[in-house]
Write a protein that binds this ligand. Structure first.
Ligand code: ADP
Length: 479
């Protein structure tokens, strides 16, 4: 099996160490064991990566779309050929159950394959001219060098959503994976080599987020930043990039509500609730943060949700049948513990879970808390852990108002069997992604993106290409 664990960064086709020789340790969150180290690079290495990407941009954009599509198809195939090794590496550094890691790696291949197809559909327009002697053309061109900064919760597929459309559009990339999960990021360099990507088309740097982010945002050769991560860091990047007026895409935090109306199919709602809450142990930006159950079904929903939650199998991701792995680090466990303590101090009732799990220091029990109120921290803040608070509501109007009472607007979910309500509520919810009677909605063929402080831009679908393209209007005169 190919070993994807690269302990070097990729700059202009060369695998190198950090200039100062510094290293960052990478740990397995299930055991706390160090599984390797990666370079602690900074601004200088990043500047060289940007220069390499800039040098590669001209020849890469000059390829025909069909040629770039061939590279991307090969990249997708390389991922599928090595799916198991990539999934094992992902689980080892990130913690998620192996079945979820395989799913994520499959999604990575699906995104790349999708954008291989979209590469050939970057159409222009001819606008009917108001002048008899002129013709007006609109073309789409690659924006230039793209910096892609990604988080630890989906270390493979978050890069797929960015690398895929960037390369398809004719852009070149400097990627910075999260320091907790750099190996799945560096693996893209190995996969790129397998696919025969020219040197400099894809560069990958690990190290100081502040130093690398500072260089990527200040460097005038970087024409676009695509970021997935927390809202506070997104705001920093937006402010820093203002100096060189870059094109930006921001996939930031969420505070997803999940509404269950009296007329919902409760079996389906509970199944969706488990999927929308506990994937990756609750560590996704579309994970349910707040359940709202209508008074008529509230007690029954809480009972069934608690039973399904208590049945989840907790254990190391690599262990057969594990459904809930460890949280990413000790700080995440401590934060989960604090949120639960805050809730119980304010009258929250633990129905199941509510403690650290005996599987190890990184684990927390899947938890359901009833009698949740707006005074509790998780009403406002992202939980990012396996805790499901349930709030009670009376009317549709109240549910919508409370669901929208957040600065976030990424994903939301609701369950109803009333067709009119399905349309009313989905139109009234201020979110970029709505699951109606569905708890898992992500696919490469549909646009993924938020509103409000959850960010802007779409990833996936044919819309996912547009963030990497600029419109050029050409007026042909004197005809
Ligand atoms: P999370 O809470 O998911 O870790 P972060 O926003 O902290 O989200 O991190 C997401 C990514 O952004 C990571 O790759 C992280 O290293 C990077 N990052 C954090 N701070 C900065 C910064 N100041 N500039 C650029 N990147 C940063």
């Amino acid at each position: 099996m190919t070993d994807f664990r690269r302990e070097k960064i990729l700059v202009g086709g060369d695998w190198i160490q950090a200039d100062a020789g510094g290293r960052i340790e990478v740990t397995n969150p299930a055991t706390g064991a160090v599984i390797g180290t990666v370079p602690d690079a900074g601004a200088a290495e990043t500047a060289r990566a940007v220069a390499a990407a800039e040098a590669a941009f001209g020849p890469w954009r000059a390829l025909t779309a069909a040629e770039r599509a061939t590279h991307l198809r090969r990249l997708a195939q390389a991922i599928l050929d090595h799916r198991e090794a990539l999934a094992e590496l992902l689980t080892e550094e990130q913690g998620k159950p192996l079945a979820e890691a395989r799913g994520e790696v499959g999604m990575s291949a699906a995104y790349i394959q999708w954008f291989a197809e979209e590469a050939r559909r970057v159409y222009g327009e001819v606008i009917p001219s108001p002048w008899p002697d002129r013709r007006l053309l609109v073309t789409r061109q690659p924006v230039g060098v793209v910096a892609a900064i990604t988080p630890w919760n989906f270390p493979s597929s978050m890069l797929a959503r960015k690398i895929g459309p960037a390369l398809a559009a004719g852009c070149t990339v400097v990627a910075k994976p999260a320091s907790q999960t750099p190996f799945s990021g560096l693996a893209w360099g190995v996969l790129g080599e397998m696919a025969g990507l020219p040197a400099g088309v894809l560069n990958i740097v690990t190290g100081s987020a502040r130093a690398i982010g500072g260089e990527l945002t200040a460097n005038p050769s970087v024409r676009k930043i695509t970021f997935t991560g927390s809202t506070p860091v997104g705001k920093v990047l937006l402010a820093q990039a203002a100096g060189t007026v870059k094109k930006m895409s921001m996939e930031l935090g969420g505070n997803a509500p999940f509404l269950v109306f009296d007329d919902a199919d409760l079996d389906r709602a509970v199944e969706g609730a488990i999927a929308a809450k506990f994937r990756n142990a609750g560590q996704t930006c579309v994970c349910t943060n707040r359940f709202y159950a209508q008074a008529g079904i509230h007690d029954e929903f809480v009972k069934r949700l608690a039973a399904a939650t208590a049945a989840l199998k907790v254990g190391p991701g690599a262990q057969d049948g594990s459904e809930i792995g460890p949280l990413i680090d000790a700080a995440a466990v401590a934060k989960t513990e604090e949120m639960v303590a805050d809730a119980t101090a304010k009258g929250g009732r633990i129905v199941t879970g509510g403690r650290r799990h005996t599987a190890g220091a990184g684990f927390y029990e899947p938890t359901v808390i009833a009698d949740a109120t707006d005074a509790m921290t998780f009403a406002r803040e992202e939980i990012f852990g396996p805790v499901a608070p349930v709030f009670r509501f009376e009317t549709e109007e109240e549910a919508i108002r409370r669901a929208n009472a957040t600065e976030y607007g990424l994903a939301c979910y609701f369950y109803t069997s009333d067709l009119g309500r399905a349309f009313r509520v989905s139109e009234a919810l201020d979110y970029g992604i709505v699951g109606v009677n569905e708890g898992l909605v992500t696919t490469e063929v549909a646009p993924f993106g938020g509103v409000k402080e959850s960010g802007f831009g779409s990833e996936g679908s044919h819309h996912g290409m547009q963030d990497y393209l600029t419109l050029k209007y050409t007026a042909m005169g004197g005809l």
